[in-house]
Design a protein around this ligand. Sequence first.
Ligand code: PEB
Ligand code: PEB
Length: 184
Amino acid sequence: MLDAFSKTVVAADASNSTVSDIDSLKAFIASGNRRLDAVNAIASNASCMVADAVAGMICENQGLIQAGGNCYPNRRMAACLRDAEIILRYVTYALLAGDASVLDDRCLNGLKETYAALGVPTTSTVRAVQIMKAQAAAHIKDTPSEKFAGAKLRKMGSIVTEDRCASLVAEASSYFDRIIAALS
Ligand code: PEB
Ligand code: PEB
């Protein structure tokens, strides 16, 4: 498992050179508080996001909760909610570390095969992950809308930068894309 620092050291080691990429590490530290806010924006809204993403997935494919569907009976529904929460949690770990290896090694490694063996449908899982991707972007930018959240709307009220943390939104999105790629 790597983070932004160890990755730089490993890369330098592999090419028999000293760490030269100091600037990117400086930038990582300088933007550290934004990063923590981004992680917090996801982590503290996680239960709402997961419930909404799985509900959205089911709205679009109600066969999932009918007999024979993969969210039926309650035991499978619970497993699905749990899985969505696990996956979202690993995104927060990767975002905190600034590196995808924790997500790859501890969550995605073998997940596609596990789902195939259990008969968990890939397209539905991917849809739930896509909704979480949209939610995470909205929460990092602190622009969740009334349209999707209704009375559950929650803004962090964090310091809004001009770019609305675009680079962190892009980074978080890349982790969701990585999950989708690993499952497809
Ligand atoms: C991965 N998920 C399930 C299992 C495992 C995982 C190992 C089998 C054991 C169990 O049921 O607990 N566990 C999970 C994970 C990690 C881990 C990601 C990473 C560290 O340790 N069903 C749907 C949706 C989808 C879903 C598409 C998005 O219809 C999930 C949610 N996962 C689902 C279901 C089961 C499951 C298990 C329904 C139960 C399958 C079954 O028992 O028939
Ligand atoms: C599911 N939610 C969102 C999206 C969908 C759903 C399909 C759009 C995803 C995308 O753009 O691809 N839609 C929803 C659902 C049905 C449906 C259950 C069933 C009929 O059609 N915002 C908050 C809360 C948190 C939240 C803390 C409510 O302030 C969720 C839990 N959902 C949330 C957020 C978005 C979203 C999309 C932040 C991103 C879009 C936005 O807020 O504008």
